[in-house]
Design a binder for this molecule. Structure first.
Ligand code: UD1
Length: 365
């Protein structure tokens, strides 16, 4: 196979841990990678720190799209990305995850007749109120090669009529990063810096449905306050969540300690020593399962059901009663999780193999 150039897109925080192992694996393959950062996330704490922690090379293109409404942000990515694809003339565009950058860049590539490869394809929450669900549906429907993290993804794609030959279950790139960096994370000094006690929990909340609606946020908060009387909680506050945290006067809540967003290694350290993680993030449901740490997901659904079927995750819902019930169940009967198939740290190699198969025999000009 001659050298084939692939554009790899990274836009927002959860993309970076998926792109890092892929870029490393591509460097040792016949493929050449051009890294494009859309700039959907741009603060050092949300982007630069992750590039340093994960040793991702500087992007070849930084689009600097920044924040805005969904339409504004998506439009900026569409118009910014098109000339890059025209200039680079790649053999394919690789997009990861489910953020606005994923869907927008996939759309640009598909319209330019450039094959789209979607990593983390097929996940479905079946909740179209989530912007990520729309991004997943749009991206998968125009992707040429769909790389899947868990069996539910394969089943969902099959049910949507995607032919078997276009998909591969490759495992989980985010867990590649976790396994690659877990030893380095052990030397993070975050626990000492924050003077974290022996037993504590970690909280993250940033879903619009949870943090843009004050009634919903206060309901969740009230459950967190009760839990924090027994288990001190450390809460790195996402920029989206900052405003509501301040207006809710959360700074005064006794057992909840608000902290700045953490870098990759510090957060991995904080999470890996937690007695419990409470989150509405997608990726953290997977990372806690990989680490064997109990996780209560503060949502009514998950697009990552394997973390419940096999892992340490429980769906706690978003009511105070539901969250406290899940917490009591976890205390009474701690969930013993197993590691899902192919979450073994070698997903990037399988992605590259799937790419090789995809391009073998394809016209390259
Ligand atoms: C985005 C993704 C979400 C992902 C999350 C992880 C979409 C639709 N959402 O949500 O799936 O789980 O990233 O963090 O793509 N902001 C900053 N600094 C930054 C970036 C954002 O201050 O570097 C603030 C801005 O006020 C912005 C807000 O955070 O308006 C939300 O950012 P945005 O990129 O729109 O979505 P996220 O909530 O971060």
């Amino acid at each position: 196979m001659t050298d084939l150039r692939l554009i790899c897109v990274a836009g927002a925080r959860p993309n970076f841990m998926k792109v890092a192992p892929l870029i490393r694996a591509l460097a040792e393959s016949p493929f050449r990678a051009t890294l494009v950062h859309t700039g959907q996330h741009y603060d050092d704490a949300m982007s630069g720190q992750f590039f340093r922690d994960l040793a991702i090379p500087q992007p070849d293109y930084f689009m600097g799209v920044g924040s805005g409404s969904h339409a504004q942000q998506t439009a900026a990515i569409l118009t910014g990305f098109e000339p890059i694809v025209q200039e680079v003339k790649p053999a394919g565009v690789v997009v990861v995850g489910d953020v606005n950058s994923t869907a927008a860049c996939a759309l640009v590539a598909a319209k330019l007749n450039v094959p789209v490869i979607h990593v983390e394809a097929g996940l479905r929450s079946f909740d179209r109120g989530m912007p990520e669900e729309i991004n997943r549906l749009v991206t998968d429907s125009i992707s040429d090669l769909l790389l899947v993290t868990e069996e539910s993804g394969r089943r969902n794609l099959e049910a949507e009529g995607v032919p078997e030959k276009r998909m591969r279950v490759v495992g989980n790139l985010m867990i590649d990063s976790l396994r690659f960096h877990i030893d380095r994370a052990a030397s993070s000094t975050v626990l000492e810096r924050l003077q974290v006690p022996e037993r504590y929990g970690t909280v993250t909340l940033h879903r619009p449905a949870n943090v843009d609606d004050p009634a919903r946020f206060l309901e969740i908060l009230s459950a967190l306050k009760t839990i924090s009387e027994e288990l001190p909680l450390y809460f790195p506050v996402h920029p989206r969540t900052r405003g509501i945290v301040e207006s809710a006067g959360l700074a005064e809540a006794g057992g909840i300690r608000l902290i700045e967003p953490q870098g990759y290694l510090d957060f991995l350290r904080l999470m890996s020593r937690s007695a419990l993680v409470l989150t509405d993030s997608g990726g953290i449901q997977e990372e806690t399962t990989a680490l064997g740490i109990p996780c209560l997901t503060l949502r009514e659904n998950t697009e990552r059901p394997i973390t419940i079927e096999l892992g340490t995750n429980r769906l706690a819902g978003v009511t105070k009663d539901g969250i406290l019930r899940a917490w009591k169940m976890e205390k009474a009967e701690p969930k013993q999780g197993k590691i899902p198939p192919l979450w073994d740290g070698h997903a990037a190699g399988r992605c590259v193999n799937a790419l090789r198969e995809f391009y073998a025999g394809r016209p390259t000009g």
